[in-house]
Design a protein around this ligand. Structure first.
Ligand code: MIC
Ligand code: SF4
Length: 644
């Protein structure tokens, strides 16, 4: 029986356990990436682990999220990360260089390698046949310090691409279609592996758009084979030696198969407020738009932006529209400056931002009250753009560009004959914004003389204590389905400066849902949260566990959890419990008093709802290791207790 490509790479990097869906395994980590909004925690944790030398082949610290530097806080974070990178031999990417996922794809991706990143869109590099997984910061710190990552073997869902895309239908439309079919929780517990004759019409950056937004499916990762198109990409990136041909066995078997006929796809749009609320662009054509934002790790490649420039060339954007463009990398920005495309964008009336995440994480460009914003990004959760009343739609770069010109949502098919973007023989690989360690070695060489610099906004992260024999506390909050980490710990220009300051962040916990979660936690001395399906979807930010830990949250009882958030809860020593019978969700209300014994070894617990006089069976769906971690009050305590 043949293996999928995903299992072939996992097998090659297997350290512990056996490769069967549902089993707990440990794999070798070849590369790691961090970005600044999760990175400060990663390097604080790495320091706490008292590591002398990291064990990966390559680790890169990117600064791309918090680049506004409205106060000293972001600049201090960046300096802390720069100094930690110097100490551990980590490559440092300065602010302005671009978005971590786009840069990693361009400069460091390697087919067949394992990459773990402290950002949920790390699967972007699956576009060249890597196993690239988004994880919580502590898992990335352990990836660096121990060179390993533990996970439950996911099932593999094959997406077989048939036919070829019609003109004006792009990779973004493919992943929006897949999201429509599978929904934001359809990928939980799966790796999504693409195959089929349709692959040949997708370039590496198209594939990266698809693997990037696989994060929105809740998938562990997504992967494409490494083929002639991959070879072409590496050659143009000036590193042909990094190319390796990789594909699934011819007789590979999959747990699920979804067939997508590319020839039948139309331009797609995700409507407010969820990436899976997808329809044909035509269904909303003519809706007036106030803002168009092009960029993000999903759609900011050279081809994406050149197509935008060609659509804009010789046109003016509608007078009532604000069009902002943030390139994926400084290399792309330089190429567009050199070939005149940037001039075409500016002449059309576009606002050019630096190469960074920018508006995607709410760092500026918040739409006006009730504004309609069309974005090429990957998430349109309510409030994420910075304006609660705004309506954000997700589209392809082509749909965004033509809509900016027309001032209303428009399908790119209305432009007429298709346009072609010729790739340069050699992409620019200007490395001016990277600081490479003085000695490049594998594993990276530590610089013992380098001092770690910590500004006053950088506060220690909270640590839990060992699990008591029983817990008794109040339900602080009951939520609905699909709660995002943007709900638990909101981001944006006002709060990103505090990613290194958990006490400050805690005042804003659940602010999208309720105004007084902080006060309720203080009044009750902590307690429990009750959630619906897919609790904690979205970002990898472990702050969504660290902040509740700081506020005294002991357990979250939900119908189901998103993968990364569940791991972050366990790492923080907070119990993630699931209802054995989902109907029991109705049997608990906010304010109820719950009591239970914490004998979690069996995986089954009975919660007594003292307020209602009912008993509710719940389960802890974790590995034997997770049980040990929880008993000791989190992963740091566990690692310290088990230090060799
Ligand atoms: C996001 O897109 O939500 C982020 C900001 O990149 C996050 C990381 C974070 O919260 O810092 C992610 O996707 O993991
Ligand atoms: Fe940055 Fe947005 Fe990508 Fe997150 S999704 S890494 S904020 S560009």
């Amino acid at each position: 029986m043949g293996l999928s490509l995903a299992y072939k790479i996992l097998e090659k990097n297997l350290i512990e356990g056996s490769l069967k869906a549902g089993n707990d395994i440990k794999i070798k980590v070849n590369q790691t990436l961090t970005q600044d909004s999760t990175g400060t925690m990663v390097y604080l944790q790495l320091e706490a682990l008292e590591v002398e030398r990291i064990k990966t082949e390559l680790s890169v610290a990117y600064i791309d999220h918090n680049t506004l530097q409205a106060g000293f806080e972001n600049a201090d974070d960046h300096e802390f990360i720069r100094s930690a990178a110097a100490k551990y031999g980590i490559v440092f990417s300065k602010a302005g260089n671009g978005i971590c996922h786009q840069l990693h794809l361009e400069r460091f991706s390697k087919p067949g390698k394992v990459l773990i990143g402290s950002d949920s869109h790390t699967p972007t590099c699956g576009g060249v046949g890597m196993i690239a997984i988004g994880a919580g910061g502590l898992d990335v710190a352990v990836g660096m310090s121990h060179g390993t990552y533990g996970l439950k073997v996911p099932k593999v869902r094959n997406v077989r691409l048939e036919g070829a895309l019609k003109p004006w239908v792009s990779a973004k439309d493919v992943i929006l279609h897949v999201l429509k079919v599978l929904t934001v929780k359809g990928g939980v517990g799966y790796i999504v592996e693409y195959s089929g004759e349709g692959l040949s019409c997708l370039s590496v950056t198209d594939r990266a758009t698809i693997t990037n937004m696989g994060a929105e499916l809740g998938a562990t990762t997504s992967i494409f084979p490494s083929d002639e198109r991959t070879k072409d990409y590496f050659t143009r990136q000036g590193r042909p030696e990094d190319y390796v041909a990789l594909k699934a066995d011819d007789d590979a078997t999959y747990d699920e198969v979804l067939v997508v006929n590319l020839s039948e796809l139309e331009p797609q749009i995700a409507k407010p407020h969820s990436p899976d609320y997808v329809d044909d662009v035509k269904s909303v054509e003519g809706t007036k738009v106030d803002q168009v934002a092009i960029g993000s790790c999903t759609n900011s490649s050279y081809t994406d932006l050149m197509r935008v420039a060609k659509i804009l060339k010789g046109n003016r954007i509608a007078s009532h529209v604000s069009l902002v463009i943030s390139p994926g990398s400084s290399n792309i920005l330089k190429m567009m400056a050199d070939n005149g495309a940037l001039g075409d964008m500016i002449a059309a009336g576009a606002r050019i931002l630096e190469a960074s995440c920018g508006p995607c994480i709410g760092m500026g460009q918040a739409p006006k009250t009730d504004g309609i914003s069309l974005r090429t990004f990957n998430r349109n959760f309510k409030g994420r753009c910075g304006t609660d009343s705004a309506e954000v739609y997700l589209v392809s770069p082509e749909t965004a560009a033509i809509s900016a010109i027309r001032g209303v949502i428009a399908s790119p098919e209305s432009i007429g004959s298709d346009l072609e973007v010729l790739l340069p023989e050699r992409f620019e690989t200007y490395d001016g914004y990277f600081i490479f360690p003085t000695i490049l070695s594998e594993p990276p060489m530590a610089d013992e003389a380098a001092e770690v610099v910590m500004g006053p906004n950088i506060k220690p992260f909270p640590l839990n204590t060992a699990l008591p024999d029983s817990l008794s506390a109040t339900v602080l909050l009951k939520t609905g389905d699909n709660i995002t980490t943007d709900d638990i710990v909101p981001s944006g220009a006002k709060l990103l400066p505090f990613r290194s300051n958990v006490p400050e962040l805690s005042k804003h916990c659940f602010k999208t849902i309720t105004d007084n979660f902080y006060e309720v936690c203080k009044a009750n001395n902590g307690g429990f949260i009750v959630g619906g399906e897919n609790y904690g979807q979205g970002s990898s930010r472990e702050h969504a566990a660290l902040v509740p830990l700081y506020l005294g949250v002991k357990a979250v009882v939900a119908k189901s959890f998103a993968r990364i958030h569940k791991a972050n809860l366990i790492n923080s020593g907070i119990l993630p419990l699931v209802f054995e019978d989902k109907a029991d969700y109705e049997k608990i209300d906010q304010g109820d008093q719950l009591t239970f014994k914490t004998s979690i070894e069996t995986g089954h617990i009975v919660i007594h709802n003292a307020t209602k006089g009912t008993d509710i069976p719940v389960a802890l769906d974790g590995s034997a290791n997770d049980v040990e971690v929880l008993k000791l009050g989190g992963y740091i305590n566990y690692l310290k207790a088990n230090r060799a």
